[in-house]
Structure formats: C-alpha cells, structure tokens
Ligand binder design. Structure first.
Ligand code: DGL
Length: 267
C-alpha cells in the first residue's frame, strides 16, 4: 500500500505546492481538492474559511489521507490552529508567507509582501512579522483579482499584467529588492512578476520548504511503508464546475488531470 497525502486550497493555486510535494514524495498517492466553488478565500471571513477547511479535511481523511497539507496561506491564517486542534492525531502541514528567508535575502533592507487581504490582516501574519522582520522594513500589498486571474488560467494576459503592475509598483517604489509570493496562486504568475518587476528582484515562495517539512513529518511520525517501487498517482477534486477545472488544472499541472466532482455533502 502506498502512502496517501491530502492537499487542499481555495482553488488551483495549491498545485504550485503539489509540484514540490510530488518531487519530495515520488511514491505517495496525492489527493488534491480545489475548493473552486468557494474561491477566493481572500475576502471571506475567518469563520467561513475555517468551516470549509474542516469540511475538506474530513473529505480527505475519508479518502484515506494520512497527512494533510493546507496549500493555502489564507486558510492557514484562518484555520490551521483549529484543524490541528480537531485532528491532533495526524500531521497537518500549513504554509505562511516566507518572511524569514526574505529577511535573510534582502540587501536593500526592504521586503515586499504580495498576499491576500485575509492573510495580511490575520493575527498569524502580524506574529510572523513580530518574530522575523527585525530591522527590515516590510511593505505589504493585497492583490484582489490576482487569484481569480490564475483561476481563469490567464497567466500572461493584459488584464493580469495590469494587476501585477499595479500591485508591484508601490513595493518597488518603497525600495523592495525582495518580494514574497504570499499566496500559492502567485508562483504561477512569477514569470510575469519577474518581467514587470525586473530580473534583479528576488522572488520568494514557500512551496519547496512546505514539501520538505511534509516529508520530514511523514518520515518521522507515520508508520513506515514498504517501498514497492511504483510511482504514486494523483487524484483531483473540485467543489466547482468540473469542465473548467479540468482545463485549468491540466494547464497548471502540465499534464492531463482527471478532475472529479467533490460529493455534494462536502461542497
Ligand atoms: N491560494 C490561496 C492562498 O495561498 C488563495 C486564497 C484565495 O482564494 O483568496 O492564500
């Protein structure tokens, strides 16, 4: 039997993390849920997001998941604490903006954070800055509309470029030489951000670190599995419409993704 890992996000953004998880755990089965029926999370209340996170976690556990990855900064801010409380017997790996590595990387002493309003307004983010910002100036920018652009698969179009220009301009003007991609959707527009902000700007995201942390916890906290040498498979679910989800998820996963509808009681 192969290891089973459950991963969820508000939509397709968490696929940027799933790529790293697949590399770190080549023989695990990965179940991914895009909560596309409720995207974006960025403008929802913490209570709403917490309730969705509980429901999706229950679904993933029903499917046999032995560990959960919250592949969403906004859901981490709103729900990681409660999920860990409620499901204390399984590893729950969460993600938050990469303030610590960005503070280590900046030479100008100014770091910009691109994230959802929900993440930026959370107590968890305030605590992160308190802990790691030190003498570095942190400037933040909420990015309404950018998650929706990625959900449409519009990674390079004019509308998306305008959003990226609008959101990076104040950070660059403030002197930021390092930008944190504080939402799992944003790595999919990283090439565009680079084009707009300039090649010299350092972009930091947390996907690889989260995959490493997942592997460490799986290896140390879960019973060992016989390695039978077969590659793990992925299953994809959406709480939204299956056809557009299949198109966008195949684009972002870079191979054909068969997407199934999440059962109605979890939607
Ligand atoms: N991928 C989510 C995150 O990392 C996006 C949240 C949203 O849906 O607004 O924050």
């Amino acid at each position: 039997m192969r290891r089973v890992i459950g991963v969820f996000d508000s939509g397709v953004g968490g696929l940027s993390v799933l790529h790293h998880i697949r590399e770190a755990l080549p023989d695990a089965d990965l179940i991914y849920v895009a909560d596309s029926g409720h995207v974006p999370y960025g403008d929802k209340s913490p209570a709403y997001i917490e309730s969705r996170a509980m429901t999706l976690t229950r679904f993933l556990l029903d499917q046999g998941a032995e560990a959960i990855v919250i592949a969403c900064n906004t859901a981490t801010a709103a729900a990681a604490h409660t999920l860990r409380d409620q499901f204390s017997d399984i590893p729950i790996v969460a993600m938050e903006p990469a303030v610590k590595p960005a503070v280590a990387a900046t030479k100008s002493g100014v770091v910009g954070v691109l994230a959802t309003i929900g993440t930026l307004e959370s107590a968890r983010f305030a605590a992160l800055l308190e802990r790691y910002a030190g003498n570095v100036k942190i400037v933040t920018q909420g990015c309404p509309g950018l998650v929706e652009a990625v959900e449409r698969g519009d990674l390079r179009g004019l509308e998306t470029r305008r959003l990226v220009e609008r959101y990076t301009a104040p950070l660059l003007k403030a002197g930021a030489d390092t930008l944190i991609l504080g939402c799992t959707h944003y790595p999919f527009v990283a090439p565009l951000i680079r084009e707009v902000a300039g090649e010299q700007v350092v972009l930091v995201d947390t996907g690889a670190a989260v995959a490493r942390e997942l592997k460490r916890r799986v290896d140390t906290e879960l019973p060992p599995r016989d390695k039978n040498g077969t590659a793990g498979v992925e299953s994809f679910y959406t709480s939204g419409e299956v056809e557009p989800a299949t198109r966008i998820m195949s684009l972002l996963w870079q191979r054909d993704a068969t997407v199934q509808a999440l059962p109605p009681r979890f939607c």
